[in-house]
Design a protein around this ligand. Structure first.
Ligand code: ADP
Ligand code: MG
Length: 703
C-alpha cells in the first residue's frame, strides 16, 4: 500500500475541492464551509470553472491551475465529469482523490467506476469512494466531508461502509460520549478498501482502536491479513445476516454457510472483536479505545449493592468471564474496608455504607494485586454518598495502584448526578456505563481481544507431506470424463493424498470381483453404489453395511444395482465400492465451501440430527491453525458429546483437530479445483484411537 497516497487521503496538508460552489445547500459549498469551520490549517483550493472566489478563498478553474502541490482532491461534481477530473488530478500529481459523488456501481454503473480506477492507477493516485460522505479528523482539524461537524474528540477511528450511518454516529458520539479522532466513509471501495485504511490507521499515532461498520466486501483475505497485522484492537459490526448463495449450494456445507457465520469465523481468526449491535459497537469501542487488554481470566468486581453485583456476576458468566473467589490474603485485606456484613469474596460487596474512601482503598489494593487481571467497579447511587466523589475516589485509586496493563470499567446506576460522574470518568480515561452488564460486556471485549490476538498470531504452517500431483491426476481424469463431481472412491483418493485417514475402498465391476475384494479387505465389509449421478447414495438404496460373507456380498451386489436403476434409470454406474467396515464411532461432518469473500472455508459439526435439524456447525477460513481447530470443536453446542457422555470416554479431539488442519490445507492447496466438499460422516474414536473418514464428496469448480 502506498502510504504517501493514503496520508494524502486521510491526513492531507492541502485540499482541493472540485465542484466547489458559492451556493449554500450544494455539497460543493458544504465541504468548503466545513473545512473552514473545522479550522483546517492547510491550503484549501476551491475548483470552479467560473467563480473567481468562494467563501473568501481564491478559486481556480482546474486543479491544473493551482500553483502549490495538492495532497487530496475532494470531488463533488456529477458522476459523468469524474473521469476527466481524476485524469487532471493525476496530471497535477494529487496523491489521493476522495470521490463523494454517487451514481456509480451502487446503481449498476460499474463501467464508469472501473474506468476511473484504471486512470487513477496509471497516475498512481489512490481513490477513496465513490459514494461517500468524506473523511474527518479531529487531530488534523479537518472536516473534508458533508457531515455537519467533527465528532466528539477521542482516540477511536471509525470506518463506515454506510455514509448515512457515519453522519448519524458522528452526531451520536456526543450523546453517547464516545470520542473519535477519525471518521472515514469508505463507500463503494472502488480502490481503497477496509484493509488499506486499517493499515494506515495502524500507523496513526492518534488512533488507539479501530471500529468498523461492515455491510460486505470482496477481498476477505486482504482484510484478514491487515487485521491480523494490526497492533490496535479492531471491532466490527457486520450487518446483513441472510445466507448468501444458499439456495444454489450443491453440498450440505454450502447450504449451512451463511455470510454472517463465515464473517464471524474470519473475525475470530484475524483477532477482530465483534459488536452485536450499534449500542454494543459504541460501548466496546469506548473500552477498547481507553483501556489496555485484559491478559488473564481473573476479574474482580467491586460493588456497593448486592443487586448490581449479582447482575454483573451473571453477565460475567454470559460473556465468558466467570467469576472466581479472590485469594484468601486478598479477602483479609479487603475485609478492612467494609462493615462486618460485607463480602470480600468476589463480587466484593462494600455494602451501601461504602463511601469514596472504602472504594478507593479496595480498588487500589485489589487492582495492584498480582492475582487480578481486570476490574469492574459498580456503584448504586445512595442518599448518603456523592457520585462525583465516588468517581474521583475510583480514578485516584486506579492511578495510585500504579498498574498500566490492567483494564478497569465502571458502571454507575442512578440519576443525573451519576450521569455527570460517569461523564467525568470517561473524560478521565475510564469507560463508564449506565448498567452493570454493559460494563462487564466491555470488559469481556478487552479479554476477547487479548485471547484472540494470541490465536491470530499462531502459526498456520503445517509440516505434512502431501501428494498434490496424485490429487490433481484424479481430478483431471474426472474432468476428461466431463464430470463436475468426483465419486466417493475418487474423493477418498484426493483426501488420502492430503493425509486424511479414510476407510480402504476399492471398485468392483463384477460380482466375482466384489467377492475377491471383500475377502482381501476382510469381513465385515460395506458396499456402496459408485455413480457420478448418485451423490446421496443411501437415498438410492445404494449403501449396505455389515456384510459378513460371500453370499451376502453377491446378494448386496444385485440389490444395490437394482435399487440404483430404480432410483435413476439412466445413471452412469461405475460399479460397486467395496470397503472396510469401520467400527462404531461418534459421527461428525467436515465440509468446505468456496466463500465469495473469503475463499476456501471449513465447516465442522456433529453428524446426524445435529447438522440436519439443529444446524449446529461452525466455520473457519482455511488454512486453520491447530488452536483454532480445537476451538471449533469446543464452540458447537454439541461439544459435550465429544467430551464423552453417559460413561463414554472422551473422543480423540487431537486427531480431530489434526484432521481439520489437514482438510483445510487441502482446500487451500486445491482452491482452483474444489468448489465444495464434505466428509460425512467422519467417525471419531476414543482418545488416542484416531478418526476415520467413511464417506467423501468433492464438487469441482466449473472451468
Ligand atoms: P451417503 O451419505 O451417500 O448416503 P454414506 O457413505 O455416508 O452414504 O453411508 C451412509 C451411512 O452408512 C454412513 O452415514 C455411515 O453411518 C454408514 N457407513 C458408510 N460407510 C461406512 C463404513 N465404511 N464403515 C462403517 N459405516 C459406514
Ligand atoms: Mg454420507
Amino acid at each position: 500500500m502506498d502510504r504517501v497516497a493514503l496520508n494524502g487521503l486521510l491526513r492531507p496538508k492541502s485540499i482541493a475541492v472540485v465542484g466547489a460552489s458559492a451556493t449554500p445547500g450544494k455539497i460543493g459549498f458544504t465541504v468548503i464551509d466545513n473545512l473552514i469551520k473545522s479550522g483546517f490549517e492547510g491550503a484549501i483550493y476551491p475548483i470552479n470553472p467560473t467563480a473567481p472566489e468562494i467563501l473568501g478563498l481564491k478559486a481556480y478553474p482546474s486543479v491544473l491551475n493551482v500553483e502549490g502541490s495538492i495532497d487530496a482532491a475532494v470531488i463533488t461534481v456529477p458522476a459523468k465529469f469524474c473521469l476527466s477530473v481524476v485524469e487532471e488530478c493525476g496530471k497535477k500529481g494529487v496523491k489521493g482523490v476522495i470521490i463523494i459523488t454517487s451514481g456509480f456501481s451502487e446503481v449498476g454503473n460499474r463501467d464508469l467506476e472501473n474506468q476511473i480506477v484504471a486512470v487513477a492507477k496509471q497516475y498512481g493516485v489512490r481513490i477513496l469512494g465513490p459514494n461517500i460522505v468524506g473523511t474527518l479528523s479531529n487531530s488534523d482539524k479537518m472536516n473534508a466531508s458533508f457531515a455537519p461537524f467533527l465528532p466528539l474528540p477521542g482516540k477511536a477511528a471509525l470506518i463506515s461502509q454506510s455514509g448515512a450511518l457515519l453522519i448519524a454516529l458522528d452526531a451520536a458520539s456526543y450523546t453517547r460520549r464516545v470520542g473519535f479522532d477519525k471518521l472515514v466513509s469508505i463507500g463503494n471501495m472502488s480502490d481503497v478498501n477496509f484493509a488499506d485504511v486499517i493499515n494506515l490507521l495502524d500507523d496513526d499515532p492518534k488512533t488507539t482502536c479501530i471500529s468498523l461498520y461492515i455491510e460486505g466486501f470482496k477481498d476477505g483475505r486482504e482484510f484478514i491479513e491487515a487485521s491480523r497485522k494490526s497492533s490496535k484492537p479492531i471491532i466490527a459490526l457486520k450487518s446483513g445476516v441472510s445466507a448468501h448463495g444458499a439456495a444454489a449450494a450443491a453440498s450440505h456445507t454450502g447450504s449451512l454457510a451463511g455470510a454472517a457465520k463465515v464473517y464471524g469465523a474470519a473475525f475470530q481468526q484475524s483477532g477482530v472483536i465483534q459488536a452485536s449491535d450499534l449500542n454494543n459497537l459504541f460501548d466496546r469501542t469506548l473500552a477498547l479505545s481507553l483501556q489496555p487488554p485484559m491478559k488473564g481470566d481473573n476479574l474482580v468486581i467491586i460493588t456497593n449493592g448486592g443487586g448490581v453485583g449479582v447482575l454483573a456476576t451473571d453477565a460475567a458468566e454470559r460473556y465468558g468471564l466467570p467469576l472466581k473467589f479472590v485469594p484468601a490474603e486478598v479477602q483479609t485485606e479487603l475485609k478492612k474496608h467494609m462493615p462486618e456484613f460485607g463480602s470480600a469474596k468476589n463480587p466484593v460487596d462494600l455494602t451501601g455504607m461504602a463511601g469514596n474512601e472504602w472504594y478507593a482503598d479496595s480498588v487500589r489494593f485489589a487492582l495492584a494485586h498480582s492475582w487480578t487481571d481486570g476490574m469492574v467497579v459498580l456503584y448504586c447511587e445512595t442518599a448518603m454518598t456523592n457520585p462525583m466523589e465516588i468517581a474521583q475516589g475510583i480514578k485516584k485509586a486506579v492511578d495510585e495502584a500504579g498498574v498500566k496493563d490492567k483494564p478497569v470499567t465502571v458502571s454507575f446506576v442512578g440519576g443525573e448526578r451519576s450521569e455527570e460522574a460517569m461523564r467525568w470518568l470517561v473524560e478521565n480515561g475510564i469507560p463508564a456505563y449506565n448498567a452493570p452488564d454493559i460494563a462487564v460486556n466491555a470488559m469481556a471485549a478487552l479479554r476477547e481481544y487479548s485471547r484472540m490476538k494470541a490465536m491470530a498470531t499462531e502459526s498456520l504452517g503445517m509440516d505434512i507431506k502431501v501428494d498434490r500431483e496424485a490429487a490433481l491426476e484424479v481430478i483431471r481424469r474426472a474432468r476428461i470424463d466431463g464430470r463436475g463431481a468426483l465419486t466417493e472412491i475418487e474423493a477418498k483418493q484426493v483426501f488420502n493424498a492430503y493425509g486424511l485417514p479414510t476407510t480402504a475402498t476399492y471398485l468392483a465391476k463384477t460380482e466375482d470381483e466384489a467377492v475377491t475384494l471383500a475377502k482381501k479387505i476382510g469381513f465385515p465389509v460395506v458396499m456402496k453404489i459408485v455413480s457420478p449421478e448418485i451423490l446421496h447414495k443411501s437415498d438410492a438404496g445404494g449403501v449396505k453395511v455389515n456384510i459378513k460373507d460371500e453370499a451376502s456380498v453377491r446378494d448386496a451386489f444385485k440389490t444395490i444395482l437394482t435399487n440404483a436403476k430404480a432410483y435413476k434409470a439412466d445413471a452412469n454406474i461405475h460399479g460397486i465400492a467395496i470397503q472396510e467396515m469401520a467400527p462404531w464411532g461418534t459421527e461428525v461432518i467436515l465440509g468446505s465451501v468456496n466463500d465469495a469473500t473469503f475463499g476456501p472455508t471449513m465447516m465442522f459439526g456433529l453428524g446426524g440430527i445435529f447438522v440436519e435439524v439443529l444446524k449446529d456447525v461452525t466455520f473457519r477460513v482455511a488454512p486453520v491453525s491447530h488452536g483454532q481447530a480445537l476451538r471449533m470443536l469446543s464452540e458447537i453446542r454439541g461439544a459435550p458429546i465429544l467430551a464423552g457422555v453417559r460413561g463414554e470416554k472422551p473422543r480423540d479431539r487431537e486427531a480431530m483437530a489434526d484432521t481439520i488442519c489437514r482438510y483445510a490445507n487441502m482446500i487451500v492447496d486445491l482452491a482452483d479445483e474444489i468448489s465444495e466438499s464434505d466428509a460425512n460422516p467422519v467417525l471419531v474414536y476414543e482418545e488416542t484411537k484416531g478418526i476415520k473418514v467413511v464417506d467423501a464428496r468433492i464438487i469441482l469448480k466449473k472451468k
